[in-house]
Design a protein around this ligand. Structure first.
Ligand SMILES: NC(=O)c1ccc[n+]([C@@H]2O[C@H](COP(=O)([O-])OP(=O)(O)OC[C@H]3O[C@@H](n4cnc5c(N)ncnc54)[C@H](OP(=O)(O)O)[C@@H]3O)[C@@H](O)[C@H]2O)c1
Length: 278
């Protein structure tokens, strides 16, 4: 049983990086459910959260599997009022091939919004985590005309997108898939604002720049080349993005919906050309 009637906050990708730090910050006000595929990692994270006095539990879930996401949403609803969902799960170009990246990032976001739409109500908020890559990947690459299929038939949408990605050389497909998937996340969160709004709920996206996380470490070599273009010449700290997520999900941000918030130390503002940055 949840003590003192805390509201429930579900955090995908909560076993590490931004998601874990968000659990630490939001754990003061919410009952936390962290999700991911790696049960051992989740258990370790819950152990650490509990040691800090946070009420938390793990729920293994693969966001690219709709049944798995539906189970998560139903479980969260059983626990209490689902007040906040931080959908931070994602895969970067060094973590898998183009298809698995597209399924985790794009399909995962469709599935999360669709499943949690059913269990979220007045005053709740879902934050879909995108990336500054959505801004840096050349616009010409983005198959925006295909995005509408995500609403009608998510699986067909992924098929069509993967066909488009197949036109690129194999060596760049994972990177292109990442950029497209994160551009799509922004689009999907925006178009979903009206649907959530009818329930008095909010949906928005946040686009991080380079942050100090396990994923950030994997991408470090390429990411480092960007730092000199930032207004703030360092990687972001997880505490800085976690507090942004926490604020966006809070009642204080009750009028914030259907928008993307870019938190990148001023990199995109520099106008850097990703193709000629070195
Ligand atoms: N760090 C950066 O510089 C940076 C920059 C821009 C955007 N982002 C975005 O920020 C978000 C958080 O990333 P992070 O930097 O905190 O990296 P991270 O520590 O690697 O976290 C990503 C998490 O996603 C989970 N995950 C991956 N695929 C999943 C799936 N199919 N189902 C469920 N969970 C899955 C992983 O857990 P399991 O392995 O247990 O599944 C992992 O805990 C991601 O969406 C990422 O794309 C990060």
């Amino acid at each position: 049983m949840i003590t003192d009637m805390k509201k429930v906050c579900v955090i995908t990708g909560g076993g590490s990086g931004m998601g874990f730090e968000t659990a630490r910050q939001m754990g003061k006000d919410y009952y936390i459910i962290i999700c991911g595929r790696n049960e051992k990692k989740l258990e370790g994270a819950v152990h650490e959260l509990k040691a800090e006095g946070i009420e938390a539990e793990a729920f293994p879930c693969d966001v690219s599997d709709y049944q798995s996401v539906e189970k998560l949403a139903a479980y969260a609803k059983e626990k209490g009022k689902v007040a906040a969902v931080i959908h931070a799960a994602g895969m970067s170009p060094h973590m898998g091939d183009a298809k698995s990246i597209m399924e985790a990032n794009a399909l995962g976001t469709i599935y999360m919004n669709n499943a949690f739409f059913k269990v979220m109500g007045e005053g709740s908020c879902i934050i879909d985590v995108s990336s500054m890559s959505a801004y840096l990947t050349p616009k010409l690459v983005m198959p925006v005309g295909l995005y509408k299929y995500s609403i009608i038939n998510p699986e067909l949408f992924i098929k069509k997108i993967m066909k488009r990605i197949g036109f690129f050389p194999k060596s760049v497909q994972a990177g292109v898939a990442y950029g497209i998937s994160k551009n799509f996340v922004i689009w999907f969160a925006k178009q979903d604002a009206a649907r959530f709004g009818k329930k008095g709920a909010r949906v928005l996206s946040v686009s991080p720049g380079n942050f100090e996380t396990p994923m950030g470490e994997l991408e470090k070599e390429e990411a480092d080349a960007y730092t000199k273009h930032c207004a703030i010449k360092r990687f972001g700290r997880v505490s800085e993005i976690a507090s942004l997520f926490a604020y966006c999900a809070s009642e204080s941000a009750g009028y914030l919906t259907g928008v993307d918030i870019l938190c990148d130390g001023g990199l995109v503002a520099s106008g850097v050309n990703p193709l000629g940055k070195k």
